[in-house]
Design a binder for this molecule. Sequence first.
Ligand code: SF4
Ligand code: F3S
Length: 329
Amino acid sequence: MQQKEFVELCRELALVDDHALTKTILPVVKEHLANNSQNKLPVIWLETNDSGDNNIAFMNTTFPYLGQVFSEMIDLLYSNTFMAAQGQDALMILEQTAVLYRGRFTLVVEGAVPLKDNGIYNIIARTANRSITALEAVTRLGSLAQYVVANGTCASFGGPTAARPNLSGSVGVRDVLDKEVINVSGCPTNPDWFVGTLAHLLLYGRPELDNLGRPTLFYGFTVHRHCQRRSYFDRGDFAKKLGNIECMFSQGCMGPRTSADCPYRQWINYVNWPVKANTPCIGCTNEDFPDGSTPFFTPLPEKSGQAAAPGGAQTLPAGVPITRGGGPG
Ligand code: SF4
Ligand code: F3S
């Protein structure tokens, strides 16, 4: 399969078949590995300051399932969350594999990196002599990696870990590395966004990225663009309260300035997503999440409904930039 076909599969066919991407990843990967005598994608995965939500979401991957990702797609060399080894054994594996796979492995970072007080608010390992901070590990491993993937909004942009008052001085991975970071943002990330990005790296290398470093095959459109309540928005028909069936822009929905394919990709084995579950999008993939979204679900002023005139998708209330989160509307 050509790269163009893969990207179209991710972007477009998911609209008519929610499983299109995931059903086809494994056969394509298997064919690619067989034809190229190539190994699986070598991955070193560091979990730093986050809630662990992204690895939990990752474990919910379907088509391919988690076991298939590990056995047939990626070679997980080190993970302080998933591996059985602990302590000195784990650290030895990390040091050896980083050298052995230098320039060939993909570094996945899940979580933000604290900078304050020389980064002591996240220690990934201790030796007899010293503590190894996330700052040190991400900086060193990032410099040795072929690709760096920030998995989740904390790793991408700081996210909830860096929210006000950000006592640990946490930042996204891009702020500590002098190289490109592929930001798979989301709180958490949809398993397809993450597994699909790894599949693209394995099959075709670096994916096309938007202005925030996110793969356009998953973040190419706003949530608003394909939302099932879009017709209500275009008619200027807004929910009076949560639970109403109309557009929830009046209830603080951030869909118009949030890039992600949630309306057609959906979540939880492709059955639901926030708006379908009657809750506004809170902009979890955005660069300024959560500070730019809080207080959540804040109803807009009474006049907001009039500002969004029928058919006038661009006539949002003053001060609400439709694409502040990046990506086309
Ligand atoms: Fe859907 Fe929110 Fe856009 Fe309304 S504002 S159409 S609920 S994404
Ligand atoms: Fe996040 Fe909004 Fe999707 S809150 S999960 S980007 S609908």
